[in-house]
Design a protein around this ligand. Sequence first.
Ligand SMILES: [Ca+2]
Length: 371
Amino acid sequence: MKNRFLAGALTALAVSAILAATPVARDLLDSPPHGTGGPGIPAAADHGDCAQLTQLKVPDVAITEAVAVPAGTGAIKVAHCRVNGVIGTEIKFSLLLPDDWNHKFLMGGGGGFVGRIDNQAQFVVNAGYATVGTDTGHSGGVTDASWALNNEERRINFGYLAVHRTAETSKAIIRSYYGAPQTRAYFSGCSNGGRQALMEAQRYPDDFDGIVAGAPAADFTGIGAQFIKDIRAAFPDPANIAAPFSADVLKSVETQVIDKCDALDGVKDGVMEDPRACKVDVAALTGVTDAQRATLKAIYGEKVLMAPVRSGFNLLGYTVPFIALGTGAVVVAALMRRWKRTAVVSTAQVPHIDATEGELAALDAAVRRDR
Ligand SMILES: [Ca+2]
């Protein structure tokens, strides 16, 4: 635990700057691999036979595949052993063990509702890290939450347990394959992966020496409520689901906001350190239609259901780009399926959110009550 750091809530605009300033990130980028003569020169690590890992006995784990993958020219370039398996009932994982190991382990998070093996950090294998991803114990689309219905085990696995069990399993396999444990273990995730990161820090603080929590979707219910509100503002006419903002208009709005607030943090560098300090005057924006102005006013206006600062999701972070891309309705529809069980919001249609003002008010009250 001595080297654990939380990067905190990173906005989409500030990810690179904050990563560069984070001790963990510096370690990831700069520290020389273990046992080498200098930085950037991976050590050749002894390791066992990849295929033999299918014979490895780990309690409550079935290793279904262990394949030696040669170096290639794709996104994953280095020779490695790929180990796939299932933990417990249905937590699937894929662990990559590079031939030239830097003696470190870095687990990547998964976005949305995950639903397939996701490793947001998998390319660190090219730098010599052993790395793993998990589906968190269910299969489905990244925006599909139907798996959760009447299945408490899956909800717990998604909520927190799958990441922990995958980390423990991976360490056992690493120890067997390389004949030694990792010298450092890290976790890095964004969005839901950032939520996973915070869960690990709070529930299993001994799992990792360093944790990067990027734009953590910690307030899932609040974020969903905000999505509903935003999508209703963006698509007021259910017969017209054309994206309300072009990429050019969106960029123009971003530029105007950045121009106004960039220097508030003392450095004019194109990044707002704290979006809370930026008060968006929608009426003063240029280059937008009245309808677009009304949409922005609703999104950034008086009622914010989510915890925008804690999650880092608001203020030209995620919601408006989602809407511009036309994907917001899909995301909300998926989230609505999850919430319909609570009967807080009784009806939802794709793509229009057919919730009454009364239902939204009830949802708002429920969100606030939960805090
Ligand atoms: Ca700045």
